[in-house]
Structure formats: C-alpha cells, structure tokens
Ligand binder design. Structure first.
Ligand code: COA
Length: 333
C-alpha cells in the first residue's frame, strides 16, 4: 500500500453571473435575505445545452496541465455529480468522449454534496492499492436547469449554482504525505429531508404531466432547510474531528479546513465548534453558491491560487449533503 497525492487541480465556472438582485426579479426574495441567511452574493449559471461533463472537461484539462500529464495517461475516471448530462450512460463516459480518451474504467458517483469526497476516497484506494497510477476525479454540477426559479422554490433556488472542478491523483511515495485517510458516512433514514422525487423508476410512467405542472411539482429538489442546517453543523464537526483523531491530531494542528460550501453560516458554526480562527477555514460560497460535487475542489483550487495551502500543510476537506451523507479527508500537502 502507498499513499496517493493530488497532483493537479483545475476548475471551470460558466461566465454568466446571477446576483441575488437578478433572482429577486424572478421570485419574492431580497439580496439582504439571501446574504444574511447564507452569505451568498452571486452564483454562476451555465449556457444552454452545456452539461456537467462539458464543464468538467474544461476543469479536467486544467487539472491535467497543472499535474504535467496528458489525458491519455489517465487510467481511471470518476465523475461526481447529482446533475449528470443525461440519464445514461454516466457523465464519466461523456467526459471520456470530450477528452478523447477511452479504455480505462470510468464511472459516476451520485452522492450529492459528499460526492467529491466519496469519489476521492475511491480514487485514493485505486491508487494506493496499485490498481491505477493516475486517476482523474471531476466534480461538476448544472443546477440552474433543475431548480424552481419561482417564489415557490426560492428556499432551494437561491442556494445553488453551477460549476466544475477536477483533481488528478498520482502515487505519493512518502508515507507521511498525500491523502492520509478518508472517512465516509451515510444515514438513509433522512433521505426525504433533502430530495428530488421525480423523474423516478418507481413511477409508471416515470414522468407525468402532473409531476411537472401540478401545484406541487416533483421534478424540483425539496428541502427542510432548518433540519438540514442543524444536522450539517453537527456532522461536519464530528467528521473533521474523526479525521484528525485517526492520526492523533487536534483541531489546532490543522493548517486549513476546506468545508463543502453549503452555507456560510454552517461553515462559521463549524469553525466555532472546532475553535478554528477564521483564517483557517476557506470559504468562497459568496461568489458561487452551493455547487455541490464541485464545491470542495473549486474551493481547493482557489485556496491554492491564493497561497493558502503550502507544502507540508495539514489540510482537511469535509462534506455534508443529501442522504444524509457526510465525509472527510485528511491530507498532508
Ligand atoms: C434554507 C435556509 C437558508 C433558510 O434559512 P432559515 O433561517 O432556516 O429560514 P426559514 O426556513 O426559517 O424561513 C424563514 C422565512 O423566509 C422565507 N424564505 C425562504 N426562502 C426565502 C428566500 N429565498 N427569500 C426570502 N424569504 C425566503 C420562508 O418562507 C420563511 O417564511 P415564513 O416565516 O413566512 O414561513 C437555511 O435553512 C439553510 O441554509 N439550510 C441548510 C441548507 C443547505 O445547506 N442545504 C444543502 C446541504 S448540502
């Protein structure tokens, strides 16, 4: 067994910026309400007919370039998304086509806001067991085509944004460096606290007019916001502690915590619970909203660009999302 390391990070965010004031033209909301509850000022929406893998391919190309690799050298592809380009086949296969590569295993991880860390855990295992040498892991979402942009859907709609980011993993020979461990959890009894009911295989037919056009359309995500908020704060805090304790570390040993960008208020409460000063927690939700599977690698990309991560730093990535699912990864950079 050997460790794996993140050799390159890339990103792509669609150019169209949608501010809270822009949303206020579509629904009853205000910039003040959204910023006060979530910290979000703006998010990006993709152009028409741009899917998760279209954006993911651009992020992947940058990650590969930064790692000094060509797409053809990749021997494993994992795509984390809750908004695949099409129902089947996987966005990982669409991505292969966009990158002009093939032959290696490629599959999607559908685990919402924890999807990137579930993918990272699998990628780390593929590399550490020697099954793969270079794994491409992409997190990408197009939320803007799947949310209810009316007052009825405002609680969810204001939170989410589109974006993509990618990492490439390769072997790390130093046992003290790279991905030290990953920690994954799920509790399916909370599935209906944050969910999207249709289009569903248990419906016959899977898609009906009523699902789309009824008073309570089932083709949009639904969330019990306060319930999700409370669980998120607790699970984030627990799973960061779990990662640290597995290696005999305490919160003060951390150089940087990069939480999934669910809500700035959640990140702030987690920081408070772990007694971490503001400068040790990276947040960029203000400019992107919640980009789900893309949020952690997008934040990692910006943290690196801002010089907030240096060689030797102890970095923790943590996530919480629908399922409920939650996860963390501890990295010696
Ligand atoms: C969604 C969230 C921002 C709502 O904030 P909140 O403080 O819990 O707000 P409440 O649910 O108490 O709603 C307060 C009021 O604002 C209204 N409201 C909801 N969305 C609104 C919006 N976008 N603009 C204006 N008002 C809104 C509600 O209808 C409610 O009105 P009422 O009091 O007349 O019923 C918050 O619960 C949250 O962030 N939860 C976690 C979400 C999350 O992170 N999800 C992803 C997990 S990975």
């Amino acid at each position: 067994m050997r460790n794996s390391r993140i050799a390159g990070v890339g990103h792509f965010v669609p150019p169209r910026v949608v501010t809270n004031d822009d949303l206020a033209k579509l629904m009853e909301t205000t910039d003040e309400w959204v910023q006060q509850r979530t910290g979000i000022r703006e998010r990006h929406y993709s152009e028409d007919r741009v899917g998760a893998a279209d954006m993911g391919a651009l992020a992947a190309r940058e990650a590969l370039e930064r790692a000094g690799m060509t797409a053809g050298e990749v021997d494993g592809v994992i795509f984390a998304t809750l908004s695949p380009d099409i129902d089947m086949p996987s966005s990982a296969c669409v991505l292969q086509d966009r990158l002009g590569i093939g032959g290696m295993p490629a599959f999607d991880v559908r685990n919402q806001c924890s999807g990137f860390l579930y993918g990272l855990s699998i990628a780390d295992n593929l590399v550490s067991t020697g099954r793969c040498e270079r794994v491409l892991l992409v997190g990408a979402e197009v939320h803007s085509t799947g949310i209810d942009l009316t007052t009825r859907g405002r609680e969810v709609a204001v939170i989410f944004g589109d974006g993509a980011a990618a990492v490439v993993l390769e072997p790390e020979e130093d046992p003290e460096r790279g991905i030290l461990s990953t920690h994954l959890h799920a509790e399916g009894k909370f599935a209906e606290k944050l969910w999207l009911e249709g289009v569903a295989s248990r419906e016959r037919p899977r898609l009906t007019e009523e699902m789309v056009a009824g008073d309570q359309p089932r083709v949009f995500p639904k969330m019990e916001g306060r319930y999700v908020f409370k669980h998120a704060v607790n699970r984030f805090t627990e799973v960061v502690k779990e990662a640290l304790e597995a290696h005999g570390y305490r919160p003060e040993d951390l150089s940087l915590l990069i939480p999934h960008q669910a809500n700035l208020r959640i990140s702030q409460m987690v920081a408070l619970g772990l007694e971490l000063p503001e400068e040790k927690v990276f947040n960029n939700i203000q400019r992107y909203g919640n980009t789900t599977a893309a949020s952690i690698p997008l934040a990692l990309y910006e943290a690196l660009a801002a010089g907030r991560v240096s060689p030797g730093d102890l970095v923790c990535l943590a996530a919480f999302g629908a399922g409920f699912t939650w996860a963390s990864a501890l990295i010696r950079w």
